[in-house]
Design a protein around this ligand. Structure first.
Ligand code: WTA
Length: 658
């Protein structure tokens, strides 16, 4: 069923929420979901007006939407400052003294920021940034680990109307440099180092390498997380500023005003750019704007996570990915939720860390990824059983297809057969969750991502765009623009159109394959384009290939996915070498390190195979399907495979089929 995961268990049970859950759920019947969904499609203007009533708009919207594909506008006429919905609006309610963020560092220290304190920190940082000359529309790069300052930095940008571009802390200097240069960021926020499994990742040092070739950066704000002993800093005079010093400076009147009484911006004012992999070597900077994005993440957080006063919600994603943007920062904070945030690795110092955290802090909602769930399974139930997880009431999954076996384990072992599971399907491009089951309203089926969210007109179609029959596989498409969709690829409108709106006329193509069953439930199979999903990370095969061929000994390269029980897909690369280069283990290691440098360690191939030539069709196209089969071990290879493999013999047996 899923590409990559052996589905040991064929699971077609329906899991209904318990009465204990539905009794207190925001939506507690299928009928309630159906009628609200219908309203969102038939009377969108009224739906969104009602559902965004809690948010802070300085001016209400006049027109709900206007589109001339691929350009869409939502909530025209509205004026808002996104940070006011996440912060200021809570200062006049009981949320003022409620924890906004409870954070635990990898070494074990705990920090709590109430909404009052989070607001204060955001105002301070925004004032410092304003004094460094940050104006509405300026781009700000953020290269931080999992610390509360990541949320503070994003919200400070939103407050000033600056566009943030968060770069995941696992990316290399080169990847950071390219992203800074693509968006022309003026300011970088980073930290001395980040804890990972007891050692320090020297983020500022890595940033320094990138900064040698980023002419647009004028200033750098550096957070001290680790300290000089383990993470010594080289501060460049005039450019680099210590976070804790700069926020305490005497700020100008203008900076005070813009941070304390921020400007309101148009609904379509840019909020952030987030880079993601596509089918070419160059990552795409997806641009999200203000009102539509905020509305999408707010409404989905409220209904899917059923957030209530007293909940402690934990999304384990990194802030560097879209899940962190939408469901650690903007969604839950716009709902006034208390969010738990953890800095380090899930198995540090031992495999029970996550369960210890849930028990210690009383986490009630837990949202994680299938790769993590499969790792927890592998580490063994004994690590879970030592801990009291009875505080949990709802759990979620995101990022890749979940195999029924992992789903059922998660439900039983972590959720004590008590907690509904929301499997949420969405993308960096969609901004907010598009498919899920509302926990108190709809039953779930292990492996299915459920039903469409409000305002989402989604379908499975064939290659010509005609709807597929129930149970039939096809392409997953969204038929109408929706408020939280990305508006463009930064600086490349044409690519935005070509990638998403051109493959199927008048529809947004997701790049995923799926089917819809007789009950209307969606089953997402995985990517059908040249994008891999390795351990929940989106990796473009072309991106890997272009990094590989930039190595001096590599002539040609092809990257493909191989099914993997733990990661969903593993990354296998086939490489041919330039004359005189010898295929051996040393070169393999060099090539792996080259990928670490060019992209980041998370993109390191699981397997590197040397070939004397890549199998090609007569028209010269690399036979990817064949390579996939070879990677999966499905095609028998004859001959000596110890050094250079010869795929041409197998290729010759195939016609020009690809
Ligand atoms: C995959 C992550 C199956 C899918 C939020 C999509 C999923 C890509 C699910 C987007 C899910 C995400 N079930 N597949 N619940 N959630 N995907 O942009 O292939 O990092 O297109 O966004 O992840 O990855 P991205």
């Amino acid at each position: 069923m899923t590409d990559g995961i052996s589905s040991v268990l064929k699971e077609d049970r329906k899991f209904h929420p318990s009465k204990a859950f539905t009794d207190h759920a925001r939506l507690s019947s299928r009928m309630a979901y159906d009628s609200l969904y219908r309203k969102s499609i038939e009377e969108p203007e009224e739906f969104w007006r009602d559902e965004t009533r809690d948010l802070h708009f300085r001016e209400p919207f006049k027109t709900f939407s206007e589109w001339n594909l691929p350009k869409a506008k939502f909530f025209e006429g509205a004026k808002l400052n996104v940070s006011e919905s996440c912060l200021d609006r809570h200062l006049t309610t009981s949320a003022r003294t409620r924890a906004a963020i409870i954070w635990e560092g990898e070494p074990g220290e705990v920090r709590t920021l109430t909404y009052f304190e989070l607001h204060r920190e955001v105002v301070r940082l925004a004032a410092a940034m304003a004094d460094l000359g940050i104006k509405p529309g300026d781009r700000v790069a953020i290269y931080l680990g999992m610390v509360p300052e990541a949320a503070i930095a994003m919200l400070a940008c939103a407050r000033l109307g600056a566009t943030h571009s968060v770069v995941f802390g696992g990316f290399s200097s080169e990847a950071l440099r390219d992203r800074i240069n693509d968006c022309g960021a003026k300011l970088l926020l980073t930290q001395d180092g980040a804890w990972r499994r007891g050692s320090v990742i020297p983020l500022k040092k890595m940033a320094d390498v990138a900064l040698e070739k980023t002419p647009s950066i004028e200033n750098v704000i550096v957070l001290t997380r680790i300290g000089a002993q383990k993470a010594p800093l080289e501060m460049k005079a005039g450019r680099d500023h210590h976070w804790h010093e700069i926020i305490r400076k005497d700020h100008s009147e203008d900076a005070k005003k813009r941070s304390q009484h921020p400007d309101a911006f148009d609904a379509e004012h840019p909020l952030f750019i987030l880079y993601t992999s596509g089918s070419t070597g160059k990552p795409k900077g997806l641009l999200h704007t203000s009102a539509g994005y905020l509305a999408g993440v707010h409404v989905t957080s409220k209904y899917i996570f059923d957030l209530k006063e007293g909940d402690l919600y934990w999304c384990t994603a990194d802030v560097g990915w879209v899940t962190g943007h939408s469901y650690i920062v903007y969604g839950p904070l716009s709902c006034g939720a208390s969010c738990f945030m953890y800095e380090g690795a899930p198995n540090f110092p031992n495999p029970s860390r996550m369960w210890r955290l849930i028990e210690k802090h009383g986490v009630t909602i837990f949202y994680t990824a299938p790769t993590a769930i499969r790792a927890f399974m592998r580490w063994g139930d004994e690590h879970v059983q030592k801990h009291d997880l009875s505080s949990l009431r709802l759990m979620g999954s995101v990022g890749e297809p979940i195999n029924p076996e992992a789903w059922v384990w998660y439900h039983k072992t972590i959720g004590g057969d008590r907690c509904p599971i929301v499997d949420t399907w969405w993308q960096t491009e969609t901004g907010s969750i598009m498919l899920s089951t509302l926990p108190g309203a709809c039953y779930s089926k292990p492996g299915s991502t459920g039903l469409p969210l409000f305002g989402v007109d989604i379908d499975v179609v064939d290659d010509r765009g005609a709807p597929a029959k129930a149970g039939e596989g096809g392409k997953l498409v969204i038929k109408k623009p929706w408020p939280s969709m990305a508006r463009t690829i930064y600086g490349d409108e044409q690519r935005f159109f070509d990638t998403y709106w051109k493959p199927l006329e008048n529809m947004y193509f997701t790049g995923d394959g799926a089917r819809r069953d007789e009950d209307g439930y969606f089953w997402v199979v995985g990517r059908i384009d040249d994008v891999l999903n390795v351990a929940g990370h989106r990796i473009g095969t072309a991106e890997i290939e272009s990094a590989l061929v930039s190595h001096p000994s590599v002539a040609e390269a092809a990257a493909v996915g191989r099914p993997d029980d733990l990661k969903g897909q593993a990354l296998v690369v086939f490489v041919t070498l330039k004359d005189s280069h010898k295929a051996d283990e040393t070169l393999k290691k060099q090539i792996a390190e080259h990928i670490d440098r060019e992209i980041g360690k998370f993109a390191r191939p699981d397997e590197i195979r040397f070939a004397n030539a890549l199998p090609k069709t007569r028209s010269g196209k690399i036979m990817r399907r064949l390579l996939k089969e070879i990677a999966a071990g499905a095609v028998e290879l004859k001959g000596d495979t110890s050094t250079l493999e010869d795929f041409n013999a197998v290729a010759a047996l195939r016609s020009d089929e690809e």
